[in-house]
Design a protein around this ligand. Structure first.
Ligand SMILES: [Zn+2]
Length: 345
């Protein structure tokens, strides 16, 4: 099959479209003809390489994809050839304590499709049947691929980790990014009010269109934490949803109300964060990590998407032969929302 592979770790020059062998699905797996895949910040980390990541090359990236089943493993019973499906990229062992309690994103032997094992940046992908979700006929593959990973990540952060309550004030940092654009919508859908923190005029108006009641441009206002504080009536925000990390962390913590929760799923600007412990105990703050989601959370948030209550913001759609350009766009900080490759174009 044709696949967009990384031939080594590095910048976008290591991406090549090559012929690679994919094989046949095992008894509990299916083979999918990929119709669309989307890029995430994770694809940049995987391509560039991380000390903990040991990959064999060529590697097929992309954790977000959707397609049509073309072959069933011997024991797969709940799906048929021709079914249209989205994919939960978290592959878990199924046996450890975390898996047995349904918390697959805490699995002792977790593998993410696209990161640790081959993902969907190819004509075909092999996926465990437990990771599939049937798509309604009216849902486009491009939209399904664009929404899955960011939505499941955001939903776990807001619902499970922050445990949002109706009327709570939520600060979404990087509100023009993949996680940001969907987090604004999910926070509002779950009863929250949103302050969006972003970097340019287009992203400001987009955040307002998505329902944010207040928008702050951090380039124009580097002391944005003070504006958050004033806007909240000098009480602070209940929740911060963040994937930027180091650069926003000090102001984000100071912007929290008593009982406030800071939730992170990434650290694109750096991983260091210093906390005033007096502030932490006196205001009874929580600093929470989150990664991926359970399969139940994936199903719940995809249901919101199927009902039209949330939708991916799509920056651009590329043909498969332009996959390198798609990666370059992903690394351009001006992009807004999701970058998708449509295999049917
Ligand atoms: Zn496990």
């Amino acid at each position: 099959m044709k696949a967009a592979v990384y031939t080594s770790h590095g910048n976008t020059s290591v991406i090549e479209i090559q012929e690679v062998e994919i094989g046949r699905p095992k008894s509990n797996e299916v083979k999918i003809a990929v119709k669309a895949f989307a890029l995430n910040r994770l694809d940049v980390w995987t391509r560039m390489g991380m000390p903990s990541l040991k990959l064999e090359f060529p590697h097929v990236g992309a954790s977000d994809f959707a397609g049509e089943i073309i072959e069933l493993g011997a024991n797969v019973q709940n799906y048929s050839i021709g079914d249209r499906v989205a994919v939960n990229p978290t592959i878990s062992c199924g046996f450890c304590l975390h898996c047995r309690s349904g918390e697959i994103s805490l699995c002792d032997d977790i593998h993410l499709m696209g990161e640790h094992v081959w993902g969907g940046a190819a004509e075909y992908a092999i996926v465990p049947s437990t990771n599939l979700l049937l798509l309604p006929d009216d849902v486009a593959f491009v939209e399904a691929a664009a929404v899955a990973l960011t939505a499941l990540t955001s939903y776990r952060m807001i619902r499970n980790r922050a445990q949002i309550k109706p009327g709570e004030l939520v600060l979404v940092t990087g509100s023009g990014g993949g996680v940001g654009t969907i987090s604004v919508q999910i926070a509002i859908e779950l009863g929250g009010r949103v302050i969006a923190l972003t970097s340019n005029k287009d992203k400001e108006s987009n955040a307002r269109e998505l329902g944010a009641e207040h928008v702050i441009n951090y380039r124009e206002n580097p002391e944005w934490g003070k504006e958050v504080w004033e806007y909240s009536g000098r009480t602070g925000v209940d929740i911060v949803i963040d994937s930027s990390g180091e650069k926003v962390f000090p102001q984000a913590i100071r912007a929290l109300a008593k009982g406030g929760r800071y939730v992170t799923c990434g650290a694109t600007t750096g991983t260091k964060g210093e906390v005033n412990l007096a502030l932490l105990f006196w205001k009874q703050l929580s600093i929470l990590g989150s990664t991926m989601s359970s399969h139940a959370e994936f199903e719940e948030v995809m249901d919101l998407f199927f009902q039209g209550r949330i939708a991916p913001v799509i920056d651009s759609v590329y043909t498969f032969d332009k996959v390198t350009e798609a990666h370059k766009r992903l690394e351009d900080p001006e992009h807004m929302g999701k970058i998708v490759i449509d295999m049917e174009l």
